[in-house]
Design a protein around this ligand. Sequence first.
Ligand code: NAP
Length: 291
Amino acid sequence: MTRFIGIIGYPLKHTVSPVFQQAALDYYRLDVRYEVWETKAKDLAVVINQLRQPNRLGANITIPYKEAVLPFMDEVDDFASFAGAVNTVVNRGGKLAGFNTDGYGFIKSLREEAGFQPENKRAMIIGAGGAARAVSLVLLQEKIELLAIANRTVGRAESLADSLRKYASNEGINAEIIVLPCQGLEFSKTVKGCHLIVNCTSLGMKHTDEEGISPLTGDLIPRGALVYDLVYNPLITPLMRIAKEAGAYTLGGLHMLVYQGAASFKLWVGREAPVDIMLSAAKQALLKMGG
Ligand code: NAP
């Protein structure tokens, strides 16, 4: 019996997950197809419940449903539960288990690709959506010294900071967590003192209204810092270009995308994902789309 995995989101015109996940499935010669399940909000419940069928291994969940699928899950792992977002669903005999592999993808790429150790460092997170929640939680777990969160909607950053502080206090983690608006003196001063700056917004993403936009200007970026842009299309984002000119190190979102996908792959099929094959397939797909 052919089995299926898919990506659920809307819109899904420019997703590369099907290309690199299929490359990994084909590497193991598995009779599994990874499909694009573009889903309108009104159909979400039906599409999620179809994942309980025996021929469905599970799914990836992407924008805008990572939070909306939580109530449909029969179980949710601790990380996804704190992040308040599920990006991977596994069908376990008709029961749906929700996971979030974004935090793993981020930290693995941060260490492996940029050689960055978060312990005792200062980080600026720009954004307060699902990705920012996963990134800030994992940085807290990795003993970051300062987490500064700046978001267009400050209230959203406040609420993320509150839950991070609660988490840190419960786990006995010592970190300073502050919230800032995305501009102003305090913001500039804080960014300039950070070792790590992470763009967790969609600013700069190709094929969107935010294409070509950078969340920061070059004068704020400290020389020698690491600027990590979660945006993976284009491969070199406006922020990365500006950061490089300012003398910072840069990393784009492609490696995170592949590492989070590799973790999802292992959850579905129980085998180590062929990361190099996935990375090269993803890169080719993005270049084909003009990334
Ligand atoms: P989300 O939950 O929808 O959050 C979007 C964030 O972007 C919010 O902080 C939002 O601010 C901000 N934003 C959107 N448009 C903006 C604008 N015009 N000006 C300023 N801020 C703006 O999305 P998400 O899941 O966190 O994803 C965020 C980005 O990360 C996306 O580009 C996604 O593709 C990328 N991502 C990459 C990976 C990877 O593996 N590389 C994984 C996950 C996500 P408000 O709160 O003010 O609306």
